[in-house]
Design a protein around this ligand. Sequence first.
Ligand code: ACO
Length: 700
Amino acid sequence: MSDLMSLMRPRSVAIIGASNTPGKIGYAVVDNMKSSGFKGHIYPINPKEDEIGGLKAYPSITDVGKPIDVAVLCVPAKVSVPVAEECGKAGVKHMIVITAGFKEVGKEGRELEQKLAEIASKHGMTIVGPNCLGVMDTHTPFNATFAKNMALKGNIAFVSQSGALCIAILDWSLKEGLGFSQFVSFGNKADLNEADFVEIASQDPNTKVVCLYLEDVVDGPRFIKAARKATKRVPVIVLKSGVSAAGAKAASSHTGALAGSDTAYETALRHAGVLRASNMTELFDLANAFTTQPIPKGKRVAVITNSGGPGIVASDAIELGGLQMAQFSDETLKLLEEKMPSMANIHNPIDVIGDAHYDRYEIAINAALADPNVDAAAVLLSPTAVIEVDKVAEVVVAAKNKYPDKPVVAAFTGGAAVKDAVEYLKEHGVPSYAFPEPAVATLRGLARFAELKKAVEHGEEWAFDDVNKEQVKEIFEKVRKDGRDLLLSPEAAEVAEHYKIPAAPSRLATSEDEAEKQASDMGFPVVMKISSPDIMHKTDVGGVKVGLKSKEEVRAAFNSIMDNSKKAVPDAKIYGVEVQKMMPKGDEIIIGMVKDPTFGPMIAFGSGGILVNLLKDASFRLASGLTKREVDEMIAETKAYTILKGFRGAEPDDIPAISEAVARVAQLCRDFPEIQELDINPIFAYPKSLSALDVKIKLA
Ligand code: ACO
């Protein structure tokens, strides 16, 4: 048993601030521990009492004289600091600090919390909280919370940043009959945080699914690592509230403007293999489904119904939600044709029609689930006067048990007429909903998890060993020495070249002669642009000349660009004139990077050019751990992909070269954390290869 697991399987629990006064938290925790069925030792601690709740009480935890795994602190904040010191002396492994009044109340509280963390670290203890409801495990069992009730025994681990939400969920779950394995409120995260609880829950043999309510993540990379590891064994579902600070902070780059307020979490959670719920209902619908349903092999859904309308609603939800309506095999169609009345629809959705009795459902459900082209089924029922609703529920359950590899959900629509059947379905592991859409949403969640799990299991980072890190380092050092954080275009193009990111050749010329030589070397025609960090709008000052086809034109352009620029911005620091090979027009794309303070660099891909911010066609992935699969996925998600594939008969662009460029940009950003922002826009994509026209790199 790992040390963290002993938090959930303690052999002894001390309650400091235990009280004989009903209505006090110290009273409730003792009462909950006693009634939880806990088999270990309970030590109430209170300097004024000899006995609490019929148990021997001790004046201090240091007086117990026996090993203590967990100490629950329910003493006021100021008292909790010396008490924590005593816990350390008594050899306590974990402190659950229910007490409020720490960092959530301001500077003084923050300092107290810091002290608590220091004491814990000094003594090798962990802290849950402070400012939390506590922790329970229904299988140990133990209940070290001040909640009104103990959760029902089950297989969902619920881990929440909000204690109040825990109380609400707990109460609701009792009414719904939903069971939990672990129930954790982790409060201010002075020590243990979401990553630890994902780890703890995913190692628990009684947990089949981990549900998290998060307001923020303290250590992004650790959380991702823990969640990816967990996902290989159990699904992790997150409900995230609040807006990320990263998105709110406006970045100056194009890529920064493309990232929405939620992009970082969306991107990170997907990479972590975490399923994201958009509300509480969805969170628990999914959690419930994962405890009763297998993970489907694919997205093909069969729908069985006795009425047209709900069948259409379900079909729409399936198509819109990225699932597929299954196409039945010839054998299935033949069987259905033989057994169903001629008016029935034997194609998906199977409509057994309004006069159906339960036997038609039995035939249809079994035929659909036996079909190798079907991965999951949704059974819809409208309670007509002729249908034996309870019998249908029985045949659904029997079919589910016969085909345990395929998820089955139900939508027995209505209320009173289907109440008992719905109860029966739920009791026998078939989630049933009042309408078809949530039933389909559950199937979508199951299928989505199958995809996420596959992605995590085949998750090797895409990296190249033909890059030249040393040369890039030198360029960055030179830029720094020059007192800049923004690279000049030719410098940035050179960085790209060292990482084999195809960029249009670009050089800096400081004289007419140099410009002429560079243009001749790279080949005409060329474009020339003023190179100065102080001149933002180069065209406006006459600092850009395009389509220069000869040495003479290049020499003349050099002089006129220098003159125009000096005249327009006399104080500007001018490095010279950039000479860039003029590239033939291609399809315009952007590859960029923006940094998130929690999750690190995020790579963007999308439609490029001057309309970037208007089109807002971009997808994001984390640079860290970026896989080939993710790169292909992110390209395919954009509208740009439609054009790159060859729109209206056009020759397709070099998509493999684009994928590689994305992966190389990610590697550059991983190798050089000092890159603060990166924009490559536009990149011209061609049927063979691509060419970056404008590379912008800003250092931190
Ligand atoms: N060791 C052991 N016991 C002590 C010590 C000590 N060093 N010092 C005091 N005690 C005893 C007290 O004598 C008292 O026992 P008594 O009832 O026999 O007199 C008991 O510990 C509690 O101390 P009080 O001073 O009476 O404190 P009280 O119970 O009023 O408050 C509490 C303590 C509940 C921890 C309070 O400070 C607090 O933080 N309340 C908010 C808790 C909260 O909301 N947490 C977040 C939950 S998440 C959510 O929002 C749902």
